[in-house]
Design a protein around this ligand. Structure first.
Ligand code: ACM
Length: 279
């Protein structure tokens, strides 16, 4: 496990300590996975930590019924209750994946939890492969939330392949994109450098590692959680198959510099009136 600050960037403005926890959830073992997270973060000194997608249930569900049984309503969840206590105790904001049950629906969600409690729920818009059998498609708009002066937006795993998601958050003024993930393909980590370059934002991709080995098959996850700075600069990337708790200090205001040359600004220079069906 590493806990470093090698990529510290100095500024006189408000700095934020951000990071992620990459680990290997055990399928279906919500209490054990929660215990692992709580124990890993028990001494954490940070403003914002991102956890992987579905870190408590695991990922490779057999069917919708199994997903329904393991999912929880955040308003009546012992998992969320413990995470709220952790955030209060450590004065911390957490963005975590969460299998969310709401009435007859089940969403692959991400929760923003802070010292004040549950702040925001984002429901994954773009379901990957068999997730379409397990979850309902997300129905929450892409919005920003304030964390200690920074504007953060959230997307979940496969949302990365739709550049519109990061763009929609950046156009609203996001400083940091939080990106809980369970990546099984190898393209995302590299592509996130482009997402950060073309939008001039920070991104925290928190991925899991290991495998979900189930009677119906096995899925392997790619690790390599990372933090990327505006201009597509990779600040840190974890190993593929190792636990990692990492934090670094950033100046979120660096994401406000959208200049590319003296005469180009990546938001102002857009020509949406020519983008046709895209908008
Ligand atoms: C994914 O969206 N979990 C690949």
């Amino acid at each position: 496990m590493c806990h470093g600050n090698s990529a510290t960037i100095f500024s006189f403005d408000t700095m934020l300590r951000i990071g992620y926890y990459q680990f290997r959830p055990l399928f279906g073992q919500i209490k054990k996975n929660l215990g692992k997270v709580i124990s890993a973060l028990k001494d954490i000194e940070a403003d914002l930590i991102v956890l992987p997608e579905l870190p408590f249930t695991g990922y490779y569900f057999a069917d919708r019924e199994e997903t329904r049984i393991l999912a929880e309503d955040p308003d009546d969840s012992s998992t969320v209750h413990s995470l709220k206590a952790l955030c209060k105790e450590r004065n911390l904001y957490l963005v975590t994946g969460f299998a969310e049950r709401k009435r007859d629906k089940i969403f692959n969600s991400a929760l923003l939890i802070g010292p004040e409690g549950l702040v925001h729920t984002y429901r994954k818009l773009h379901l990957f492969n068999e997730e379409k059998n397990w979850f309902d498609a997300g129905d929450t708009p892409l919005t920003l939330q304030a964390v200690r002066g920074a504007r953060i937006g959230t997307m979940i795993c496969f949302d990365w392949i739709f550049p519109e998601v990061a763009r929609a958050l950046a156009v609203q003024g996001a400083h940091i994109i939080c990106h809980p993930s369970n990546l099984v393909l190898n393209y995302c980590q590299q592509t996130m450098l482009s997402r950060c370059l073309e939008n001039s934002v920070f991104a925290i991709t928190a991925n899991r590692f290991g495998a979900d080995k189930r009677p119906h098959g096995e899925l392997k996850f790619t690790g390599k959680s990372q933090i990327v700075a505006p201009k597509g600069v990779l600040l840190h990337r974890a190993a593929a198959q190792r636990e990692a708790l990492y934090t670094t200090e950033i100046d979120p205001q660096r994401a406000e510099d959208k200049n590319i040359t003296a005469l180009n600004q990546m938001m102002d220079d857009r020509r949406p009136e020519f983008y046709g069906d895209l908008v």
